[in-house]
Design a protein around this ligand. Structure first.
Ligand SMILES: Nc1ncnc2c1ncn2[C@@H]1O[C@H](COP(=O)(O)OP(=O)(O)O)[C@@H](O)[C@H]1O
Ligand SMILES: [Mg+2]
Length: 272
């Protein structure tokens, strides 16, 4: 039964898509059966895996709005993982779905027939707490939150946690936090290490042990349509995402893991 991980943070540019592509590819490299589902109308995860718009007829739009079977949408890649691609049509889904009953549960229902066929389903979310992100959170077992190591790192994280509580209360009581993932960590700056130290002291074991460094190879890889482990396997970016995949696998194996979640999430945001 697949473990489904939604990668969300309503802030843009924090490393969601980079994490979705590279966590998915690294899990596949570790012999896991992986499906990446792109629910961002910007479709950066789709293009970052080298899938051109002309190469597919149906996308997550067809899955969610037109109720097409997921098996008709899954595309293979050369990287040992499969993808449900996205495209710009999905941008209108919010409005088109407004009168749908159970419109937050569409993705959960859509993926349920194929959950046996994968070990991991990774969902790349748009930079908004909108209906698409709610669908991802409703379908997920766990939420992975990339946080950029910068001054306003925690801006918006408390809103995300509020949404998480609502989703737990109303649609998905089992939803866990996979972790807060520090991204674009720059060891040359005091700011990065200060932000990282703050986050670790505040959130403790909720912060992933793996930290993703700022690495130019990670930024280049999507324009070649490749995950980092194919584009530049010896880069620090590749090593760090492989390490993250191992960490996620280890979480998966722990039968009972209780992570301390602290309610006073606004405090650190205020201190920057
Ligand atoms: N660790 C990293 N080092 C360097 N550049 C990165 C790193 N992670 C992401 N980027 C770049 O930062 C930008 C935003 O990342 P992206 O993953 O698209 O964020 P999001 O999906 O949250 O909007 C992209 O240009 C991406 O290539
Ligand atoms: Mg993105």
């Amino acid at each position: 039964m697949a473990r489904t991980i939604a990668i969300a943070n309503q802030k843009g540019g924090v490393g969601k898509t980079t994490t979705a592509i590279n966590l998915a590819a690294s899990l596949a490299q570790l012999s896991q059966r992986v499906l990446l589902v792109d629910v961002d109308p910007q479709a950066n995860a789709t293009s970052g895996l080298g899938i051109q718009r002309a190469a597919f007829l149906r996308s997550t739009y067809h899955l969610l709005v037109l109720n097409e079977s997921i098996t008709n949408l899954i595309l293979p890649t050369s990287f040992g993982l499969a993808v449900v691609p996205s495209d710009r049509n999905l941008a209108g889904a919010e409005i088109e779905l407004v009168d749908f009953p159970d419109r937050e549960l569409l993705l959960r229902r859509a993926v349920s027939p194929i959950r046996q066929e994968y070990d991991f389903i990774v969902i790349d979310c748009p930079p908004a707490l909108n209906l698409l992100t709610l669908n991802a959170l409703a379908a997920a077992d766990a939420l992975l939150i990339p946080i950029q190591c910068e001054y306003y790192a925690l801006e918006g994280v408390s809103d995300l946690f509020n949404t998480l509580s609502q989703v737990r209360r109303i649609i998905n009581p089992q939803l866990k936090v996979e972790g807060l993932l520090l991204t674009m960590y720059d060891e040359r700056t005091n700011l990065s290490s200060a932000v990282a130290a703050d986050l670790r002291s505040f959130y403790g074991s909720m912060v992933c042990e793996t930290t993703i460094p700022r690495n130019v190879r990670l930024a280049e890889a999507p324009s070649y349509g490749k995950p980092i482990i194919y584009y530049e396997p010896r880069s620090r970016g590749a090593e760090s995402y492989l390490q993250l995949a191992k960490e996620v696998l280890a979480h998966d194996k722990e039968t009972v893991r209780t992570r301390a979640e602290r309610p006073a999430l606004g405090e650190l945001a205020a201190s920057g």
